[in-house]
Ligand binder design. Structure first.
Ligand code: HEC
Ligand code: HEC
Length: 277
């Protein structure tokens, strides 16, 4: 009898402690118990909370809820096979996935996982905040040497649905470490002549002798490549992309080799960007 009562009160105490801790946690996360240092502390708590939520785990496009699935899937197909799914807006032989591998669903590429939580964002090109529609129009006009899709166009809406779906669970305006290209740091002066040799030794076997592309890899310059207004045309982007991701699945170039080959590639002829074509 006695032992029973003792067990009961023990169980009750434990339950109370658990409930109390839970309530304290709940209230403190609701900022009902403000800390003496006020805003500063709650901001760093917020950052910590966000950091623990910044996990690379994009859901599969096929798993999107039924009512948005058609749009998400179309967005995915446009990125993978732009030549088929958004043909009328493309002016070269590239597909988005040539730079955003696997429709941007990877970490080791120009990833698109999380773009939906980092826009609208400030862009130097426009000197203003820019949303994802405008950003995407830029890639069509420059990287794809084509035409801007109207915002209300079904293809554009589908891309937005896709970006949002693969960004699921990431906090708005969190710092997403895998987005963008890590620029190369080097005092080396890029040498296009040395780059031509790197190109011949390393790149031609996939991108072709003249850099115009083959059945296995897209053109790096020439009439069917991105135009001179594209992000990839900038040395800092081309070199970072090449150093981190080329040859595909087996990047081997040193920083200096990547800079040299980029100086060579970006000096080759390509279409000229014309605004509002
Ligand atoms: C093993 C084959 C292979 C080699 C070698 C290779 N690439 Fe690529 N590269 C690819 C493929 C494939 C893609 C497109 C990726 C995709 O669609 O998934 C690509 C895409 C690119 C792109 C972006 C798309 C474009 O057409 O501009 C650049 C830039 C690039 N490669 C540069 C280089 C450079 C520079 C070298 C030599 C240092 C190189 N690559 C070597 C296979 C290769
Ligand atoms: C030739 C390579 C290339 C192709 C092809 C390409 N992009 Fe991009 N894309 C880039 C580069 C480089 C950047 C980022 C650098 C910059 O600021 O310009 C970028 C950035 C983006 C961003 C913003 C990402 C961020 O982190 O802010 C989106 C969205 C995007 N591209 C969508 C697309 C879509 C959609 C297509 C196809 C219609 C496409 N891209 C085709 C190279 C490419």
């Amino acid at each position: 009898m006695r032992t029973n009562r003792l067990t009961l009160s023990l169980v009750l105490t434990v339950a109370l402690v658990i409930a109390g801790t839970g309530l304290y946690w709940l209230f403190s996360s609701m900022a009902i118990f403000p800390s003496p240092r006020g805003i500063e502390t709650s901001r760093s708590a917020d950052t910590m909370l966000q950091a623990s939520q910044v996990v690379f785990a994009p859901p599969r496009p096929e798993d999107a809820p039924e009512d948005i699935r058609e749009g998400v899937m179309l967005g995915y197909h446009i990125l993978m096979d732009t030549q088929t799914y958004a043909k009328q807006y493309v002016g070269n032989k590239l597909n988005c996935r040539n730079c955003h591998f696997n429709a941007g669903r990877e970490r080791n590429t120009l990833s698109l996982v999380g773009v939906a939580v980092t826009y609208p964002k400030y862009r130097e090109r426009r000197k203003y905040v820019t949303d994802l529609v405008t950003r995407t129009q830029g890639c069509f006009e420059r990287s794809m040497n084509g035409k801007a899709l109207p915002p209300e166009d079904k293809h554009m809406q589908a891309l937005m649905a896709y970006y949002h779906w693969i960004s699921k669970g990431l906090p708005i305006y969190a710092d997403i470490p895998w987005l963008g290209l890590k620029k190369l740091k080097s005092g080396h002066k890029p040498d296009p002549a040395a780059g031509k040799q790197v190109f011949a030794q390393v790149c031609t076997r996939c991108h072709g002798d003249g850099g115009l592309g083959t059945a296995i890899a897209p053109p790096l310059w020439g009439p069917e490549s991105f135009n001179d207004g594209a992000g990839m045309h900038k040395m800092k982007n081309f070199s970072a992309f090449t150093h981190h991701f080329m040859p595909k699945n087996n990047p081997t170039l040193s920083v200096d080799q990547a800079l040299d080959v980029s100086a060579y590639a970006t000096s080759q002829p390509r279409p000229h960007f014309q605004a509002g074509k």
